[in-house]
Design a protein. Structure first.
Length: 300
């Protein structure tokens, strides 16, 4: 059955990008026109929406120095094409199993898709779904746009994503006038957090963006944009919310991809390990934010 899904995926890739070449000594490595390499990994989706994958060290070595993508595909969800260079450092921090593979997971939930690396952390990968995540024929790259995002523009896009997903969006009142409304379709901000949040901690109201699930009167996700400020300070705010607001379960540090490794190191502090934040916090880079918003806007 896995071969059927792989056959269909390869046909779709060829239909969009032209002929492909299979690299020697591997059944999972292909090269597209233009030299883009793709490492194909398949898994069924198991209980709680989790797909399990193994990444062979020898195959990852074949991606080094190339424009490369990790392709995670399943029996149900659209394939994910994750830029290898963005995640190489954190993957290699994960423990190597006795069979020479890095064991990773993709966690599918109603609101997000995340890459999970044991002993390292969670990383949002919503922006990498479907064939559109591979480089376009004209060579345009959203990374170039994303690198120029300001703190307030990233904050605006995150709010826009939340609104498109049907959540209430909270931004601290002193930040509202700084949002760049030219980037998003206009949406209504909520003026205050739910009473139970305000009553238990004042730190939540300082977080850059919070999505509120009105149906369940709960915090669906919280985001701190750490453009140049210490990542540790954002994690401390998250920790306070986690410990005082039952139901808050998704936290995102948003920054340039060059700070991903710093996020991993800070999250390994004992205080975040003991509170459980290390299992709930994810890293979201600017290009991911930009692409995530673009895809949702195009689909709306």
């Amino acid at each position: 059955m896995a071969n059927d899904y792989k056959k269909d995926l390869l046909a779709a890739i060829e239909g969009s990008f032209g002929s492909i070449t299979r690299l020697p000594r591997s059944q999972s490595l292909i090269e597209l026109q233009g030299g883009v390499r793709v490492y194909l990994r398949y898994s069924k989706i198991h209980g709680k929406g989790v797909a399990f994958y193994g990444l062979r060290q020898v195959d990852l070595n074949a991606l080094d120095g190339h424009h490369s993508y990790l392709c995670f595909f399943t029996d149900r969800e659209s394939p994910l094409f994750i830029p290898y260079s963005d995640f190489e450092a954190v993957i290699r921090q994960s423990p190597l199993a006795s069979d020479g593979q890095y064991k990773v997971q993709i966690v599918y939930s109603p609101s997000t898709k995340e890459l999970y690396l044991p002993r390292v952390g969670h990383f949002n990968v919503d922006a990498f779904g479907g064939l559109d995540a591979l480089p376009s024929v004209d060579g345009q790259d959203s990374n170039a746009v994303a690198l120029n995002l300001s703190h307030w523009q990233a904050q605006t896009l995150i709010g826009g994503i939340g609104a498109l997903k049907g959540y209430g969006v909270y931004v601290p009142p002193n930040n509202v006038e700084l949002l760049d409304w030219g980037l998003v379709r206009p949406f209504q901000l909520i003026s205050a957090l739910p009473n139970y949040v305000e009553d238990r901690t004042r730190f939540a109201s300082e977080i850059d963006v919070i999505w509120i699930d009105h149906k369940h009167d709960a915090i669906a996700a919280a985001f701190e944009v750490e453009h140049s400020t210490p990542i540790y300070s954002g994690l401390l705010r998250f920790n306070d919310v986690l410990l005082t607001c039952p139901g808050a379960s998704r936290f995102f540090v948003v920054s340039n991809e060059s700070r991903r490794d710093l996020f991993v190191r800070q999250l390994q502090r004992p205080t975040f390990q003991r509170s459980g934040l290390s299992e709930l916090a994810s890293f979201l880079d600017y290009s991911n934010v930009f692409d995530w918003h673009r895809r949702l806007s195009n689909a709306a």
